[in-house]
Design a protein around this ligand. Structure first.
Ligand code: ADP
Length: 248
């Protein structure tokens, strides 16, 4: 995020962005649920140039035992970027950035999971970023949400994530890489189906009124994502239901 890139052109004469999107449009999203046979639940998700894969295990006995909580399940979330996922090789292993993203993403799911129903258990969520193009933490959360459903883990509802930001003085939805690099602000959030915000971060500067505009836009973005997640679930479980009907 840099605020001094006045030479960067973000909009064409029609007000469209460099990737031809309108300011309030998200990048195309593709979802495939149940892509890994070892995991209890999994999801592959593409969002613009981002490619992520989520795997969920549990609830299962937490190991090592010292991690067990007497009255509830421990929820673990690991966000990891593959070294080949970015142009300059990303350094393998945990970093401050990945630890922070893992922590806030875990907290984004805690309100929708029934951890107290599974004492001493663990619910493990792993997300690998295969290709990064700005917005990987939100893409990862959207994939993890569907992998949790695929694992059959009861939830109060889905979690959907999206970012808004400010580029060239305008508030836009779902920043792409040049917008993220040269824009003025980035505001990723995660939201439950009933509109409760479970993650909010901000990089850059927004005035209070810009912040309000960005918040309204990003919540609308999360609702768009939610519809895409629901459609992917319907597609997955409609085919499961078809298979079951064939077996009868
Ligand atoms: P997010 O991916 O959630 O937007 P950031 O704002 O931290 O998270 O990163 C924006 C983008 O910058 C990433 O999507 C990725 O394309 C790039 N990026 C992040 N970390 C690295 C890294 N270690 N090396 C190269 N590029 C990176």
């Amino acid at each position: 995020m840099s605020s001094n890139q006045t030479d960067v052109v973000f909009f064409d004469e029609n007000g469209l962005r460099t990737d031809q999107r309108k300011p309030d449009e998200i990048r195309p999203m593709k979802i495939k649920i149940g892509v890994l046979s070892r995991a209890n639940g999994s999801c592959y998700l593409e969002w613009g140039g981002n490619k992520v894969i989520a795997a969920v295990y549990g609830p299962r006995e937490a190991h090592p035992r010292r991690m067990q909580l007497a009255g509830k399940a421990v929820i673990r979330y690991r966000y990891n970027m593959q070294s080949f996922s970015v142009e300059d090789r990303a350094r393998p292993g945990p970093s401050r950035r990945s630890s922070e993203i893992s922590k806030v993403s875990r907290e984004a799911f805690e309100p929708v999971l029934f951890a107290e129903d599974y004492p001493k258990a663990a619910i493990d969520i792993f997300v690998e970023v295969l290709q990064a193009d700005a917005g990987t933490r939100t893409a990862a959360i959207n994939a993890a949400s569907l992998a949790l459903v695929d694992a059959g883990i009861p939830m109060r509802g889905l979690v959907s994530a999206c970012a808004a930001g400010k580029v060239g003085g305008k508030i836009v939805l779902d920043l792409n890489k040049p917008e993220d690099n040269y824009g003025e602000a980035d505001l990723p959030i995660a939201m439950t189906e009933d509109g409760k915000i479970t993650l909010i971060q901000m990089d850059g500067h927004l005035t209070p009124s810009e912040f309000e505009e960005a918040m309204a836009l990003v919540q609308q973005g999360c609702r768009q994502v939610l519809e895409i997640q629901k459609a992917a679930l319907l597609e997955k479980f409609a085919s499961v239901m078809d298979d079951e009907e064939d077996e009868v």
